[in-house]
Design a protein around this ligand. Structure first.
Ligand code: NAP
Length: 305
């Protein structure tokens, strides 16, 4: 089994920045990523709030550049999902489908995954009109009707992106106030293709082979109505990817990894950075900042071993 100084679980902004720092510190570094480098950012159309890119940069491009930068200094990458993490006599061992890897220190940066609504037919119609990724699936909805569920930054940003393709985008939100940042709210509200339905939740998604209709319920007056649509894009937040960490590190009541202000978890030698961490602000720039902090903390831990 190959042994590294640092094992980084997750290749989003936090993990790739941590890898850049540990590799530049000449620590042998392995990064495990289950999907594509960049994590959630790789699935985002455009990043407009990462300093240094006044015109914005596509999520794909910045992800690719971060990956190249970490690899340039020696980071090894393996595209596998971590199945479990165990403490060994000296250090830690992670298990994946293609084998096990060992390291003296670990940085948890596996982020979070989109949340589902959990309504009838959502699962069956995923990929048949139900989607959680506008950049992946938007182009299938040219001149079609799209419902966007949620009122946060993701719903606004992705809803605006979907107007490139759709005839109309209807944002359906469970309250009468959006959670999204003012700049995205303003942009969405000004867009002639975007309409809003307030105080409303999805009860059921309907359609035989593809989405045809959603059943909506106004939570103030309990009125139920049909809403004909071709697509349902769901952006109702995320849940942390910490299933494999239960009973290993301390998690909060929502499943996020608890750390101290040096990003140390409850297990000495294990650090956490980015959206997986309780209290993280969930922005690319802060994920990268935390990746750097966790790398420096891991470096100091290894120096004192
Ligand atoms: P979020 O901020 O947690 O918002 C989720 C939205 O979905 C909320 O409006 C919430 O309603 C709604 N919701 C949650 N559960 C629901 C349910 N079961 N049924 C219906 N609606 C439901 O998630 P996000 O928009 O994915 O953003 C996650 C984080 O990433 C945030 O910190 C955000 O700022 C950040 N982000 C930033 C950018 C950017 O800076 N451009 C872009 C994307 C994401 P309530 O409002 O009633 O709770």
């Amino acid at each position: 089994m190959k042994n590294y100084d640092v094992l980084i679980l997750g290749g989003g902004g936090a993990g790739l920045t941590a890898a850049l720092y540990t590799s530049r510190a000449k620590l042998s570094t392995l990064l495990l990523e289950k999907l594509i480098p960049g994590g959630q950012i790789a699935l985002t159309d455009i990043v407009e709030n990462y300093p240094g890119f006044p015109e914005g940069i596509t999520g794909g491009e910045i992800s690719k550049r971060m990956e190249e930068q970490a690899k340039r200094y020696g980071t090894e990458m393996v595209y596998q999902e971590a199945r479990s993490l165990k403490k060994q006599e000296k250090g830690f061992e992670v298990q994946t489908a293609s084998g096990n890897y060992a390291a003296k220190a670990v940085i948890l940066a596996a982020g979070a995954s989109f949340r589902t609504l959990g309504v009838p037919r959502e699962k069956e119609l995923t990929g048949r009109g139900v989607s959680y990724c506008a950049t992946c699936d938007g182009a299938f909805f040219k001149n079609k009707q799209i419902a966007v569920i949620g009122g946060g930054d993701s719903a606004m940003q992705e809803g605006i992106f979907l107007t490139r393709f759709a005839a109309q985008v209807t944002v359906i939100h469970r309250r009468d106030k959006l959670r999204a940042s003012p700049i995205l709210q303003e942009r969405a509200k000004k867009d002639p293709k975007i309409h809003f339905i307030w105080d409303t939740v999805v009860e059921k998604i309907e359609g035989e082979k593809k989405v045809e209709n959603i059943l909506l319920k106004n939570i103030k007056n309990n009125k139920v109505q049909d809403f004909k649509t071709d697509g349902v894009f769901i952006f109702v937040g995320h849940d942390p990817n910490t299933g494999f960490l239960k009973d290993f590190v301390r998690l909060d009541d929502k499943g996020y990894v608890v750390t101290d202000s040096f990003l140390r978890t409850s297990v000495p030698g294990v650090f956490a950075a980015g959206e997986i961490r309780a209290g993280a602000v969930k922005q690319l720039v802060s994920a990268c900042g935390e990746g750097c902090e966790a790398a420096l903390a891991a470096q100091s831990y290894l120096e004192n071993l």
